[in-house]
Design a protein around this ligand. Structure first.
Ligand code: HEC
Length: 116
């Protein structure tokens, strides 16, 4: 009888374990992405992800145009980063949230020529 109870408890906790696993993704989906978690380092991200085409952190032209002192407005930059341009630039809308794209634009607007 005692053994039987232990089996039952094990079974029950097994079931509970499974059901809480199932609940986790639902929770993750309804959570809104944090707009500024401290781990989103734009400068590093830019160098790694964009620097291949936008040279020197966006300061000079490469395969893509120079971004520093861009005459384009924020909406244009946002749209270009989010949707890319066919045959020219990949779309990053799947990689970054709108808030993160806005942070990238802030980074672009703050670009200055390197000293020295
Ligand atoms: C494979 C090369 C490539 C990569 C990688 C790339 N870009 Fe571009 N980007 C381009 C090209 C080419 C254009 C010009 C598109 C056009 O003809 O309008 C461009 C245009 C832009 C523009 C608009 C500038 C303007 O004045 O038209 C922005 C902003 C931009 N890129 C940001 C980024 C950011 C941010 C990243 C990284 C997350 C990135 N790009 C990654 C090639 C690239």
């Amino acid at each position: 009888m005692k053994l039987h109870m232990m089996k039952f408890t094990a079974l029950l906790s097994g079931v509970l374990g499974v059901s809480s696993l199932c609940a986790a993704p639902v929770q993750a989906q309804s959570a809104t992405p944090a707009p500024d978690n401290g781990t989103f380092d734009v400068e590093q991200l830019f160098a790694g992800t964009c620097g291949f085409c936008h040279s020197d952190g966006g300061r000079t032209a490469g395969k893509g145009p120079q971004l520093m002192n861009s005459p384009r407005d924020d909406d244009f930059l946002h749209n270009r980063i989010k949707n890319g341009k066919s045959g020219a630039m990949p779309a990053f809308g799947g990689a970054f949230t709108d808030a993160q794209i806005d942070q990238i634009i802030k980074y672009i607007r703050a670009l200055k020529p390197r000293e020295g």
